[in-house]
Design a protein. Structure first.
Length: 147
C-alpha cells in the first residue's frame, strides 16, 4: 500500500498543526496573564492604602510645621517686645501637643475645636496665610529700618 500526499495537502496539514499549537499557547498565556492581573490589582490596592496614609501624615506634618512657625514667630515677637510671653508659651504648648500627637499616632488639636486630619485648607485659608506672612514680613522690615 502506498500513500501519496501532494505538497498542497502537506502544507495545509502543517498549517493546521501550527494553528492548533498557537491556540494552545495563546490559552496558556491568557491564563498566566489573568494571574498577573490579579496580583497587580492587589498591589494597586495596597498602594492606594499607603498613599492615603502618606497624604494624611503630610497633612499632620503641615499642621506641625504651621504650629512650629507660630512658636518661632511668637518667641521672636516676645524677644523684640511686641508680644507677651503668655502667647509665646501657649503657642509652644500647642506645637508640642501636635508633635506628640503625630508621634503617638493620635490626631489631636490642642484647642479641641477640630480634628487635624479632617481639617482641609481652602484657597481662602491659604490666601489669608499668605497675607499674614506678608504683613509680618512688612512689619519686620519696618522694625529693622527703625533700628
Amino acid at each position: 500500500m502506498s500513500v501519496t500526499i501532494d505538497i498542497k495537502l502537506f502544507l495545509v496539514i502543517l498549517l493546521l498543526i501550527a494553528l492548533i499549537v498557537l491556540v494552545v499557547y495563546a490559552v496558556l498565556m491568557i491564563r498566566k496573564l489573568l494571574v498577573t492581573l490579579d496580583r497587580a490589582n492587589k498591589v494597586l490596592s495596597d498602594v492606594e492604602v499607603i498613599s492615603e496614609i502618606a497624604a494624611n501624615r503630610s497633612q499632620d506634618i503641615d499642621g506641625i510645621i504651621g504650629n512650629a512657625s507660630d512658636v518661632v514667630y511668637d518667641i521672636s515677637d516676645a524677644v523684640a517686645g511686641n508680644a507677651n510671653v503668655v502667647s509665646a508659651v501657649s503657642s509652644a504648648a500647642k506645637a508640642a501637643a501636635s508633635i506628640k500627637g503625630a508621634f503617638s499616632g493620635k490626631d489631636s488639636d490642642p484647642d479641641g475645636d477640630e480634628d487635624t486630619r479632617s481639617r482641609r485648607r481652602t484657597k481662602t485659608d491659604k490666601k489669608a496665610d499668605k497675607e499674614e506672612k506678608k504683613a509680618a514680613a512688612d512689619s519686620e522690615r519696618k522694625q529693622r529700618r527703625r533700628r
